[in-house]
Unconditional design. Structure first.
Lengths: 352, 352
DNA sequence: ACCCCTTTTTGAATCGGTTCAATCATATGC
DNA sequence: GCATATGATTGAACCGATTCAAAAAGGGGT
């Protein structure tokens, strides 16, 4: 019945019209006489023609109408990591609205990532650079497609990217707690340098390779110094953003002679883990200890008590990123966006 | 510097070789003399050629090397719904391993979905049919690409699909609780028919339009009847799989003169919500009430106490689905997979 | 009947590659 | 020195559509 695969040309021939006319029937129906149009359509149906093949069409058009989101992580990262999920949900919202396809590309190992980026059918990329960002940027550059980096840990201003203002945001977070009356703080940091976990000092921060974490620390310091708290007096523990290391960090912070009354967590993920740990130890949040997070992932609002946090404007970030990539109008340089303080139940005046 | 866009033909000409040779340099380097190969490569670099364009290549190949996952939901569904996430994480695992791209396609409204499905650059589809499955299947059929439906609520055996054995699984769940000694049960059901929430009777189950929910109910009944518990004595409350309706259901179940000692939840999501509600009411799980879920989403294992559940073998489902779609070897009919009882902390012997 | 203007339709070029049979060049065996 | 095997390169066809200048058809006015 079906001989091979039916092409537009076959339909045209079978209907006795030129291929040009047949093409018009599908793409600009208003230009072809109704009679002819219906006849062609009918013929197409009779032959089992599924409509113009996309590949043929896009070869001509040069546009795929899809963007890729890439990360140096296994694909499952997109569905597991709260930050990635929140961002992707926002990105998909925008794509949905503009009828743009969304392709996920990723790989933990360099070689595969390379290949995946090279072979993704997209018009441009959004890069999730939490880790291994330069690698990603470099690989993407070779593809010669528009791209924009998010959460890039790099000073190089020449890479088109959108970042949140970590320093200012962290300062707001610390100020919020200080204004509530807190004076003893503990910081649970996200990664500062590769392969390190544990307490870090001022010098470690200053030479941290991940600028996101470093800027957040600097922001905390800046705000606290206004309240007369010197950076040397703020213990910082570097975690891996996972349960074991966060709990180790809490053990460390609370084994001090004068334990903190407030925890500055550099991610909501850490903050949430911290709240669970505190609970399990019989400490109540926020009565005994206040906790503030960073990122503003949805989970923070669905937990009891709600997590006070510095929320990234995911919707706006997504909007800008998708827009830039899609219209090949990526900013030449880094763009900065402010995070917003969202006060929920996890922060309060300290107990006297 | 850059004049228009560089094509393979340009490189070939500039390097003084035929286009065929140039093509070979990129695709079968071993076949061209090293000397020539390097010269071509060098010329390519000099010209700023980014490598063979994908569109041209795939036009020839006819394969995109990507699969689409589709649902009748907004795109954000893929990142929010626990079941969808668990499944997608598994699917991406498989895709990752085989170097296959993953595209997300979705839309709540029919027209857009139609267009999205028509225009997705993929070799086949995996359909998430929790709701509105027939629509999805029909639309996809028109595209004439291999596809396989997951969680399809339909008796039509002629649709290629993979389903879990809901009836048998539900029976195992109920038997587990009955063997622990429970005799008074309450069921929190997923959707049975559109636009209905509230208590349902035996007749409602029998004429339910969503076969997934119906089969789970039938499974519960079948197992409980072995223990001398008749179906009329098992209260069932239909929820929307969301917080308000689940809490309404619990209110209903626990307002009975003889409240249940065990909750049969038709989804982990419902089970998790139920546990929170019970906790808030001062009832402890599993000491006071046992709860068993269905699906086996990762969250169930990360909560305290762990959720006992009937786990879907996501990895296997993903493996089969991706394999079938990719090799255009979709089974002609429905395939059935067993769910597995995973006992964690949320079920125990009832209090005397 | 003729001319001019519109509306349709046609045919061929084009998009950017891959592929493969045929050709050419070089080395090997006898 | 000649036939043959081996390896590298070429050229043209092809993948499945879109596009557009030009031709054809149809309609109106005089």
């Amino acid at each position: 019945m079906v001989k091979g695969t039916i092409r537009l040309a076959d339909v045209a021939k079978a209907a006795g019209v030129s291929q040009g006319t047949a093409s018009n029937v599908f793409n600009r129906p208003e230009v072809v006489r109704e009679e002819v149009r219906e006849h062609v359509l009918e013929t197409a149906k009779r032959l089992g023609y599924a409509g113009p093949s996309l590949t043929g069409r896009l070869l001509r058009a040069g546009k795929v109408n899809a963007i890729g989101v890439a990360a140096v992580e296994p694909l499952a990262y997109f569905f597991d990591d709260p930050w990635a999920r929140a961002l992707l949900a926002a990105v998909s919202q925008v794509c949905d609205a503009s009828g743009t396809g969304l392709a996920l590309v990723s790989a933990k190992d360099r070689q595969k990532l390379d290949w995946n980026i090279k072979s993704a059918l997209v018009d441009g990329f959004i890069l999730l650079c939490v880790e291994g960002g330069e690698k990603l940027v470099q690989l993407t550059r070779e593809r010669q497609l528009p791209f924009i980096a998010l959460a890039l840990n790099d000073e190089d201003g020449s890479i088109p990217s959108i970042s949140v203002d970590n320093l200012a945001g962290a300062a707001v977070a610390a100020r919020h707690l200080a204004e509530l009356g807190h004076r003893r703080f503990g910081v649970l940091a996200t990664e500062l340098s590769d392969d390190h976990v544990g307490p870090v000092g001022v010098a470690d921060i200053e030479r941290a390779i991940y600028s996101t974490s470093r800027d957040r620390a600097l922001g905390y310091w800046r705000a606290l110094e206004v309240f007369g708290i010197s950076r040397e007096d703020v213990p910082i523990y570097e975690t891996l953003n996972d349960k074991p290391s966060v709990e180790a960090g809490l053990d460390y912070l609370f084994s001090a002679p004068e334990p903190p009354t407030a925890i500055l967590a550099m991610s909501d993920n850490i903050a949430l883990l911290a709240i669970n740990w505190l609970r399990a130890k019989g400490l109540s949040v926020p009565q005994d200890i206040s906790v503030i997070g960073f990122d503003g992932v949805p989970e923070g609002g669905m937990v009891e008590p709600g997590l006070t946090t510095m929320a990234q404007p995911f919707a706006e970030i997504a909007q800008r990123a998708v827009g830039a990539v899609l219209h090949d109008a990526v900013p030449a340089e880094r763009e900065m966006i402010d995070v917003i303080l969202v006060v929920r139940g996890s922060t309060a005046t300290p107990k006297r």
